[in-house]
Design a protein around this ligand. Structure first.
Ligand code: GUN
Length: 291
């Protein structure tokens, strides 16, 4: 079994980005990411802090805009409009989830597609569907970069994606089915209404578990030698931990790892790659806008 080390791979990617930013022509400013955080959801606070810190390490400028949980939808849209018009901002991200009184789709659609480094705007999702150049959502993009970094050839594999979310499962299934390497998989996308899920995961050469249920994928659901990618990052109560919780993946790692060919750990797997992919998108937006 080989552990797919997202932390190490992400660090290597970030070093490359740092060099590209450092070697920019004279007179060109460093890339600039603006992140909007609404409210004070603990997990979102952690993710955004991690994104901002990683930007700094790669020489990317970042601005964190905090808005009160009670902010009106129109004030949030106005802030996005300001960032759209700001020539010194290359990338914009609005951390999800948003409070219930705000329409996430409306917010997603308000971001200028050329600055949409999360790749959530319908224009960018449409471009992804058509195989055009776009911003690929960070988590599936990070997974593709990880498979590529380990030289894993997926052509002809049966991939089973567990979870159909708009930001992970759905774009993941598109990327894996593309005529590319990695890619060229026969993809099955499964969800809460799928019948006999185990009969499908048992056939899979590659499984992406992205449903947000700790320890969901157990050893009896996995074929010997399969590749297992764990997207889960759920906080579960743990009184032995200083923080009172630990991060759990969607895979029962202890029992699944021994039967896999490759597996991602949690933490240190997909999460680290997600941030590296976001920074890659930010540098791409900057290159397109400023050169
Ligand atoms: N919430 C969970 N994942 C993401 C992500 O990739 N981007 C944003 N903006 N919010 C998220």
């Amino acid at each position: 079994m080989v552990l797919l080390d997202g932390k190490k791979t992400a660090l290597e990617l970030r070093e490359k980005l740092k060099l590209e930013v450092q070697n920019r022509p004279e007179g060109v400013s460093a890339p600039h990411l603006a992140a909007i955080l609404v409210g004070n959801n603990g997990a979102s606070e952690t993710y955004v802090a991690s994104k901002v810190k990683s930007c700094e390490a790669a020489g990317i400028r970042s601005t964190l805009i905090r808005m009160d949980a009670g902010v009106s939808e129109s004030d949030l849209l106005q802030e996005i409009d300001k960032l759209n018009k700001d020539a010194d901002v290359d990338g914009i991200l609005v951390q999800l989830p948003l409070p219930r009184h705000i329409d996430e789709l409306k917010v997603t659609m308000a971001v200028n597609p050329a600055k949409d480094v999360d790749g959530f705007h319908p224009e960018n999702i449409g471009r992804l569907t058509l195989g055009m150049d776009t911003f690929v959502p960070a988590t599936p993009f990070g997974i593709m970069l990880l498979l590529e970094a380990y030289g894993i050839k997926t052509s002809g594999m049966h991939a089973v994606v567990v979870g159909r979310s708009a930001i992970v499962g759905t774009p993941m299934s598109l990327l894996l089915s593309r005529n590319s390497e990695p890619g060229n998989c026969t993809v099955t996308i499964t969800h809460s209404r799928t019948k006999n899920l185990m009969s499908l995961t048992k056939q899979a050469d590659l499984i992406v578990a992205a449903l947000g249920k700790p320890g969901f994928l157990t050893a009896d659901m996995v074929k010997e030698g399969a590749i297992v990618i764990d997207v889960g990052i759920t906080r579960v109560e743990d009184n032995n931990s200083e923080k009172g919780y630990r991060i759990s993946g969607d895979v029962d790692f202890k029992h699944v790892a021994p039967i896999c060919s490759y597996i991602t750990p949690v933490p240190g797997g997909v999460g680290a790659m997600t941030i590296a992919a976001l920074l890659t998108n930010t540098v791409t937006a900057w290159r397109r806008r400023r050169f």
